[in-house]
Design a protein around this ligand. Structure first.
Ligand code: IPM
Ligand code: SF4
Length: 428
């Protein structure tokens, strides 16, 4: 019987198999941020285990609330800083170099096809875009990972989402994944890896694949995975060129992380996206999805463009294409948080920051901030935000606030109109 990508990764990383269903796998990287890691650090310290399994394989960042906004967040940042210094971590990103973890770490070349990665963060699934197995874990698993470089997982059942058809103008990776989640439901992929496949995936950029995999968890998925291909190799080439004589050689090596044609899936969802239109969520669950044109011009108070879902340069370009030469409606506040310093710099260079600022946006430093309602754009009771983030739970961006998830182009269009509307009206 053939194997899926996740099965192949597990088979090559398994160090123990204590029961039929549980696998202890070796980790290629442990990612850390300042919300969940300090608890693990303090616990390890109190147990006399203030060490890491490999200082080169731990990648750490202060990203959720940075620069710190109050004493609590300052304390969390301090713990991370001291830990990174005491244990001589090679890759630690503090104020000035920091950005949203799931955008920053891929940009630094830390993710490779076939890798196993854990982090104390639910959107770790993003990194599966490279053909890796990457999953969010709780404090205990994180501690074991930091200390021993291993993690226990159930055998990965895989759900395949096969996407075919031609993407219409104004339809982005965000629309595709919201549509997929609406079909699967918020628990539709629980305890499953979602493997994305089909001609649509082959045509997506790495950034778009990250947007897709980022939201696998919103359907309950442990990880989203895309098969590695030329696009993956092109993206990684600056980081891997010393290890391969040519891109073809790299591709050949990475093709070991493709599913076999006779691999077994617990479920296959086939979707033709040709008729898909720009969509948005309308309730407090990410599977409540409607066409933007069916939103009856629902008014918004704030537009937020950023996060690990849609804060990358292609996202900013897509929003800028809508905003260029236009202004935010006087009833709307616009906030742009480029996901990383590199994205920010590139946006300055391309004149994108000017377009946003001319439209009336406030541009913040790279941080999660408003995405989880912690800083830089928290909503007040009754306020509504058109947001490029991934979660619309009740109160996510502020108590009593409502979040509509959508693509950067749709969010920009909502900002101009003052209500949820079709971004295609603003695209040439
Ligand atoms: C703070 C962190 C634990 C959390 C997560 O795991 O997802 C955050 O990133 C989020 O998006 O809500
Ligand atoms: S940007 Fe939002 S979803 Fe992503 S890691 Fe930060 S808080 Fe979580």
């Amino acid at each position: 019987m053939g194997k899926t990508i996740a099965q192949k990764i597990f088979d090559s990383h398994r160090v123990d198999n204590p029961s039929g269903d549980i696998n202890v796998i070796k980790l290629d990287a442990v990612f850390c941020h300042e919300i969940t890691t300090p608890i693990a650090i303090n616990d390890l310290k109190s147990r006399g285990k203030y060490r890491v399994f490999d200082k080169n394989k731990i990648k750490a960042v202060i990203d959720h609330v940075t620069p710190s906004k109050d004493s609590k967040t300052a304390e969390q940042a301090k713990i991370m800083r001291e830990w990174a210094r005491d244990l001589d971590l090679k890759d630690f990103f503090d104020v000035g170099q920091n950005g949203v973890c799931h955008a920053l770490f891929p940009e630094k070349g830390y993710v490779r096809p076939g890798y196993t990665i854990i982090m104390g963060d639910s959107h770790t699934c993003t990194h599966g875009a490279f053909g890796a197995f990457a999953a969010g874990v709780g404090t205990t698993d994180l501690e074991v990972g930091i200390l021993k470089g291993v993690c226990a997982f159930k055998s990965p059942e895989t759900l395949k989402v096969e996407l075919t058809g031609t993407r219409a103008k104004g339809v982005y990776a965000k629309d595709i994944i919201l549509h997929v989640i609406s079909q699967l439901g918020v628990n539709g992929a629980t305890d499953h890896v979602i493997e994305f496949d089909g001609s649509v995936i082959a045509d997506l950029s790495m950034e778009e694949r990250m947007t897709l995999c980022n939201m696998a968890i919103e359907a309950g998925g442990t990880c989203g995975i895309c098969p590695p291909d030329e696009t993956t190799v092109d993206y990684l080439w600056p980081f891997i060129k010393d290890g391969y004589s040519s891109k073809d050689e790299a591709l050949k090596d990475y093709s070991q992380w493709m599913s076999d044609s006779d691999a077994e899936y617990s479920k296959v969802l086939k979707l033709d996206i040709s008729k898909l239109e720009p969509v948005t969520t309308f309730g407090f669950k990410p599977d409540q999805v409607k066409n933007v044109t069916d939103m009856k011009k629902a008014p918004v108070d704030q537009v937020y463009i950023g996060s690990c879902t849609n804060g990358r340069i292609e996202d900013l370009r897509a929003a800028a294409a809508v905003l260029k030469g236009r202004k935010l409606n006087s009833s709307v506040r616009g906030i742009l948080a480029p996901a990383t310093p590199k994205v920010y710099r590139e946006a300055v260079k391309e004149g994108i920051i000017d377009i946003f600022m001319d439209a009336g946006f406030c541009v913040t430093n790279p941080t999660c901030g408003a995405c989880l309602g912690m800083s830089n754009g928290v909503l007040a009771e009754g306020e509504v935000c058109a947001s490029t983030t991934n979660r619309n739970f009740n109160g996510r961006m502020g108590k009593g606030g409502m979040v509509h998830l959508m693509s950067p182009a749709s969010a920009a269009a909502a900002g101009i109109a003052g209500y949820i509307t079709d971004p295609r009206a603003y695209l040439d």
